[in-house]
Design a protein around this ligand. Sequence first.
Ligand code: C2O
Ligand code: CU
Length: 532
Amino acid sequence: MKIDRNALEDENTSTLEQASTKRLRSKKRRTRVLLGLLCFLVVAGVTFGVAMQNSRYPDAINMGTSCNMDMSNMHDMDMSMMCQAGHGVAAGIPVTSLRAPQTAAHIDEFTLTAQSAHLPFVIQGQSDVQTYNGTAPGPTLRVRQGDLVVVHLINHLTVGVTIHWHGVAVPNSADGVAGVTQDAVKPGQSHIYRFVAKDPGTYWYHSHQESFEQRGSGLYGMLIIEPARPVVHDDIDANFALYTWNSTLVFNTSTGAQTINARPSQWVRLRLLNTDNTPHRLVLLGTSFLVAALDGHDLNGPTPLTRVPISIDAAQRYDLRFQMPLSGTVVLLPVDDNGQYQTTPSVLIGQGSNLHLPLPLPSISQSVFDFTTYGHPTTNSISPRSHFDVTYTIQLGFTIGFSNMRPGPVFTLDGKAFPNTPTLLVRTGQLVKLLFVNDAIGGIHPMHLHGHTFTVLTKNGHSLTGSPVRLDTISVAPHETYEVAFYADNPGLWMIHCHNLFHANHGMDMMLAYPNISTPYSIGYASGNFPD
Ligand code: C2O
Ligand code: CU
């Protein structure tokens, strides 16, 4: 057996010496760890600070496309870098010149006053809410197709406001987007919106200054464009805006049951709007019904549905039609995600004073209404076989980071957050295809395009088998893809954004723009214009 002399000698070293070396070593190690930690914290802190600072909105971002630049690959470019205020702003067609005629045979004129009001069902520290004309929803504006609509907005609030006409192909100057088509209307000031009510249907309006806050605090209402020559006759035409106040769902202003008087065999149209950020499911009981229109656009050959729940995503509208049965009450009720009824709020339709729920409530169909297979096909100017002049893919994503200095969720389009998202450039006359791809982490994205209505081409690669479907807001669920297409027929600077306005407020906005358009307005701290 060999003995290692060195080892022996080492063992003989005094234990005291050994202990002190050990102590020294561990002290050094501790210092190194502490230094490392400090370095890490400094680097992390600086990175955090820089990332936070970088996410801050610039003082002024001009969304015009009139800058003297090559537009061919604008999709890949950083718009905020391209058109800083003061560069090329004066050139090009100003958005303010893209407007409706001054007069027309018929003019529908309204005044909407933004004012605070106390609503009975708002507890929230009993604080007042922001409204148009003292109610939320604001007044329902009913106009005739073809009329010139003139709306005077007067602001009696202490914050700037606008009105955006959701789903209506208004001329760009009337789009109501703070910092793009106008300045937010300051307290005490007023603004006039003018547009021709071209396409009949169910639409709505809401503020597009800090829209997440302001729509959420009551600045919204419904706009109904009645057809000049109705193809069907409705005896009763009622509209309901769904909104959740302090986690209580309301239909217009009611948290309970409200009634509509209708006689047997009368035709009833219910126009339903979801003003919330997330989908609502509803079911109609007591008769079969038709889904007559989506986002205000009629469906072809709608077929009767019985107890089929419909899911209305943020900002979407459903027109339901049905003929009153010879007896009994027709009921509209919310359904939760598990297919369970909620019994309030409700709409009871029938005759007499004691309308009531048909108890026990029948079981609901398990499958939710699917617009991709509903109604009958018919020729449509846009189909999956059309020739598209330009196609853009829009990746709907999510990350954790900073959005305008706030740490937390960031909702992205093509990996970027507004105002650093790419701009989609389209030219007048082009047939434009958009492909929405949801990467599945950020939830459901109800994607809305301003100023245009698109035809849905495919869902997850499959063409629609029923009626053509035209929408202004498409709900893209996790893992889903949708192709939609539209004619670029309304020059201007238009937003595309998620209508879960929390997502929009945290990055999920981009611009769809025509070339050579300028705007005298800017988004950012200098103007105080923040569209979402
Ligand atoms: Cu209803 Cu840009 O929104
Ligand atoms: Cu979203």
